[in-house]
Design a protein around this ligand. Structure first.
Ligand code: GLN
Ligand code: ZN
Length: 792
């Protein structure tokens, strides 16, 4: 019989129970024991769900209060100096993740009351660990910090308790498969902090702790351990490839040492891409089995099947752990025939990766279109697909289920909901859309300068203004039908008038309308475009207690009517200053959604771009002649393998050009990107040919502008002069200093002055003074530069 296993299950709960429990606990309104009870209940239910679905090997240690990578750090004793204490407890993990734990807040509060019995207690709060994206997912892990005195040692022993819990649910230890991040991926993603010790020199010491962990798991009766080494899908330097050999040779030796139990078997798991040049390495490592992502790694699936030794276990994932579509089970069965012939029962089936990256349960959705619902599968439904697949391969064909699956797949191919002939016809003529603007930047600038008549160092903001409680409430009331459309429009227009007055008072040069009508920069557009659907509970963990609910792009995208013209036009009517129109770019919409899998991402991106192109032209016709298109996620869309970057950047950049190329020369196109790492994409960014780009650079003190300087970026730039993520109010001097730094390298005529991102998460009490100082800083600089120009 073939084994059916799972690599990980979402831990947030059907309705985000973990999020709410965590946040209550962090606020100090619930004890650690109460939080632990919620967590335990989620784990138990998850295992039961998987057991009921017929999963043979239950994943354990896939639960985390905050992050499973952080779990590895506390397990291995990698605790930053600033948070070390005599005895490890859960609060340490929360401090590593968030900078503080509930008792720190209690201590801070007590310190204010003299004579309180805890008043001598000092807070252990300090800055949190850095957070990074887990490969190309929207999940974030806490980056381990390796310091001069980091000493690996088995520290947080929750792993073993959770394994014991799983064994209790499963009944047998051999049906539980603990999941660990492998030593090489752990070291690779860890960062040195204030130390020059080469990371790989720590490997032997690290392996000693892994051996100890594996020994303890063997003592618990565990047979299989899944060891995740997803960096095997990256293009690795030789030393890291050698480290794999060294590490797994050592681990296989130690697992052979005499012990009371049978030796533990390691299932090496990779996912998210092909193995590329690491194929032979991965196939030859001395472990008992390999899990391979047959979807994202499709190009190499045949090679893996051919090359992997037949006497070992090969697990293949053809059920998508990264997307929400039903699997074509008949096709998957066909794809697995060769592997089945070669491996027999040593072929295992699983999702492509952990199911952490998909929503939990489709059943709880009450409002989704029922036809669409029939094309979808969330985590729980994916378990049933794997079961169906395993049964079919085991010769126990579930005829009815298989037929229903095939019917859904066939219906989807024909569906009118999904396929729109008008969109297809337009896409067929895509090559008729010119990607270049009518004239190059220099010529455009020559007509834009007199038209907009802006001072040197023009000031502007990135689009959103504080989303006050009142604004959120108004939107909610309208959504719930507790407010008429006319009342809603009145309220929003009042907000727009308010921000116009404020910008007038502060003295900003280019205005924005403040985006009060937008909940989220992608959802707002998705809700107005055809081809998008929204779930009620389709949450996916992003980091800690934060979850996102990505829209589903299920069909051909089109724009039934203008989306932003009404608001922008109203805003423009309230001021003589130029009002910037504000759109979210196609790549960002794509990146933050679940995307259909029956055509390329490029094709879907082009459809969104065409819809946005119409919006841009409608804005222009309506008298909005400065239009910003945010591409906050352009960089995070970069493929995992550098060799794939060129192709991605070509279509990503073209989608932006397609969106913007139709406007007149004297219409000014802006773009905004919330990051500062441009070194390796600057050429592509320049090809977008926006007249103005605003970026984040304040945190690096303008150092990261170097990419623009070295490349001699030809158009205008607004390097963010203050960090909107901080509540601190920047001083005039600080900002003058930053702009001066920028002006050392970029001609003053091409510099804009703006914050580094939208202001929606800030309050007015910090926004007004910050912007007032920003405008003052621009004035100081204008004086300096005008004087310089006169004397020159
Ligand atoms: N225009 C958006 C805003 O100001 C941009 C947000 C973003 O870049 N993340 O909120
Ligand atoms: Zn931003």
């Amino acid at each position: 019989m073939m084994t059916l296993h799972n690599l990980g299950y979402p831990r947030i709960g059907d309705k985000r129970e973990l999020k709410f429990a965590l946040e209550t606990y962090w606020k100090g309104e619930q004890s650690e024991a109460e939080l632990a009870a919620v967590a335990k209940d989620i784990r138990r239910r998850n295992w039961q769900t998987q057991l009921d679905a017929g999963v043979d090997l239950l994943p354990a240690n896939d639960f985390a209060y905050y992050d499973q990578f952080l779990n590895m750090s506390t397990l291995l004793g990698v605790i930053p100096k600033r948070f070390r204490q005599e005895h490890y407890d859960l609060e340490v993990a929360f401090r590593m993740a968030r900078g503080r734990a509930p008792s720190d807040d209690a201590a801070a509060c007590c310190a204010g009351h003299a004579g309180h019995e805890h008043s001598e207690q000092t807070s252990k709060a300090d800055y949190a660990g850095a957070m990074k994206k887990w490969f190309d997912t929207n999940y974030h892990y806490i980056v381990p910090e390796l310091e001069d005195d980091t000493a690996f040692a088995l520290t947080d022993t929750r792993l073993f308790d959770e394994v014991a819990e799983a064994v209790e649910v499963a009944g047998l230890a051999k049906n539980v498969k603990p999941v660990l991040v492998g030593p090489i991926t752990y070291l690779y993603l860890a960062e040195n902090k204030g130390t020059a010790i080469p990371k790989l020199s720590r490997l032997p010491e690290l392996l000693a702790v892994y051996s100890e962990i594996l020994q303890r798991l063997a003592d618990q009766g565990i047979e299989w351990v899944q060891i995740d080494e997803p960096i095997l899908v990256l293009e690795l330097a030789d030393e890291w490839q050698q480290a794999f050999q060294q590490a797994y040779d050592a681990l296989s030796q130690s697992s052979k040492q005499p012990s009371s139990q049978a030796p533990l078997k390691l299932l090496l798991a990779t996912y998210f891409e092909t193995l590329g040049d690491n194929l032979s390495l991965a196939c030859d490592l001395p472990v008992a089995g390999l899990h391979y992502d047959g979807l994202r790694g499709a190009k190499q699936l045949n090679d893996v099947v051919a090359q992997y030794p037949a006497d070992k276990v090969l697990s293949i994932g053809l059920v998508d752990g990264r997307n929400i579509w039903k699997t074509d089970v008949t096709d998957a069965i066909a794809q697995l025939q060769d592997a089945k012939a070669k491996f027999g029962d040593n072929l295992w089936v699983a999702p492509s990766c952990s199911l952490l990256h998909v929503p939990v349960n489709l059943e709880v959705e009450e409002k989704l279109n029922s036809e669409l619902k029939n094309y979808l599968a969330f985590a729980k439904q994916k378990l049933a697909e794997i079961k169906l697949l395993a049964d079919a391969l085991n010769g126990q064909v579930g005829e009815k289920a298989l037929a229903a699956n095939a019917q859904a797949i066939a219906d989807k191919q024909q569906s009118k909901l999904i396929h729109n002939a008008d969109v297809q016809a337009r896409i067929a003529k895509l090559d008729q859309v010119a990607l270049d603007r009518a004239a190059p930047y220099a010529e455009r600038a020559a007509v834009q300068k007199p038209k907009f008549d802006l001072p040197l160092f023009p000031t502007t903001t990135i689009g959103s203004f504080p989303q006050t409680q009142a604004i959120r409430q108004t939107r909610l009331k309208f959504k719930k039908g507790e407010m008429s459309e006319a009342q809603y429009i009145d309220a929003m227009q009042a907000e727009i008038r308010d921000v116009c007055e404020r910008q007038e008072r502060i003295g900003i040069d280019v205005f924005v309308h403040g985006e009060p009508e937008r909940n989220d920069m992608v959802e707002y557009f998705g809700e107005q475009l055809d081809g998008f659907a929204f779930t009620q509970f389709g949450w996916v963990q992003s980091y800690g207690s934060r979850c996102v609910k990505p829209p589903i792009i299920f069909g051909d995208v089109s724009r039934p009517k203008p989306m932003t013209v009404f608001w922008s036009q109203y805003a423009q009517s309230q001021t003589d200053k130029t009002m910037k129109g504000m759109l979210t770019g196609a790549v960002t919409v794509l990146q933050w959604s679940f995307v259909r899998n029956d055509q390329t991402r490029e094709a879907t991106c082009n459809q969104i771009a065409l819809a946005l192109r119409d919006e841009v032209l409608d804005l222009e016709t309506a008298g909005i002649h400065m239009i910003q298109i945010d591409e906050a996620a352009l960089r995070e869309g970069l493929p995992l393998k550098k060799s794939d970057w060129v192709a991605y950047l070509r279509w990503a950049v073209n989608s932006f050009r397609m969106t913007t190329s139709g406007v007149q020369n004297d219409t000014q196109i802006h773009t905004h990107m919330c990051y500062s790492e441009f070194n390796d994409i600057i050429e592509a960014v320049a090809k977008m040919d926006a007249d103005v780009i605003t970026i984040e650079t304040s945190k690096s003190q303008m150092k990261l502008l170097d990419a623009f300087v070295d490349f001699q970026y030809p158009n205008e730039i607004g390097p963010g002069v203050y960090d909107i993520h901080s509540p601190n109010i920047p001083t005039v001097e600080q900002m003058v200093d930053l702009i001066q730094k920028a002006a050392e390298n970029i001609p003053a005529e091409r510099l804009w002055v703006n914050p580094d991102c939208g202001l929606k998460t800030r309050g007015w009490q910090e926004t007004e003074p910050a912007l007032t100082n920003m405008v003052e800083a621009a004035k100081v600089l204008r004086k300096q530069f005008e004087a310089q120009m006169k004397s020159a």
